[in-house]
Design a protein around this ligand. Sequence first.
Ligand code: AP5
Ligand code: MG
Length: 210
Amino acid sequence: MNLVFLGPPGAGKGTQAVGVCEKYNLPHISTGDILRGEIKQQTKLGLEAKKYMDAGQLVPDEVVIGIVASRLTQPDCQNGFLFDGFPRTLPQAEALAEKVEIQMAVNIDVPDENIINRLSGRRVCKSCGATYHVDNHKGQTCDSCGGELIQRTDDAPETVANRLKVYHEQTSPLIDFYQSKGVLKSVDGTRSIDEVFAEICAILDKEFSK
Ligand code: AP5
Ligand code: MG
């Protein structure tokens, strides 16, 4: 299974990717997580990427394409993978298509009006990166590792507005890109986390049992 998850910021790509990768035994490749890891380690790449991320802008294509190219050479990608947050521009999608065949792009569809609440209430574990929402998680610590829960710096309302604008301008054209390749599946991402998960699994089971 070579999969891509598409969707606006806060659609639930990361939340769903964790469950899907566990169930189907796939590596979860989130370019956002990789970049945040670089920032944490204060690498040159991380310090450069932080400027774009804090402004809600995309990190330049060549940087992200380079990260992904190197990740794809690792042995765990040989039997499939799930990309979360990549590709995000047409040049990224074209660069990916030159390297591997994408068998399915799952578009998690959530309108802008739901996004602000999702991102303003999101909390992530500083240690393991697990994601929660204040509406259904009380307390300041991570259920899985006990780490401290923090807010992502790019979840500030003004940055979220910019991320949504960038999504509509640069990333949403990928819906047509994958539609034209006949591999697009859309799911209604406004339903509960469990309902969205069940629908994605049903689509994957049907498609990959052929
Ligand atoms: P990235 O980390 O990829 O952020 P994003 O795409 O903006 O998406 P998010 O991680 O914010 O949302 P998500 O869809 O994963 O939602 P989540 O599951 O957390 O990228 C960050 C930055 O890095 C970019 O802005 C850019 O600068 C850079 N970058 C990364 N990739 C790049 C690339 N390819 N090219 C260039 N630059 C790149 O859920 C959100 C919240 O909602 C959580 O609180 C969750 O609990 C809750 N929730 C989830 N599902 C549901 C549901 N069904 N119902 C109710 N609540 C829900
Ligand atoms: Mg995410």
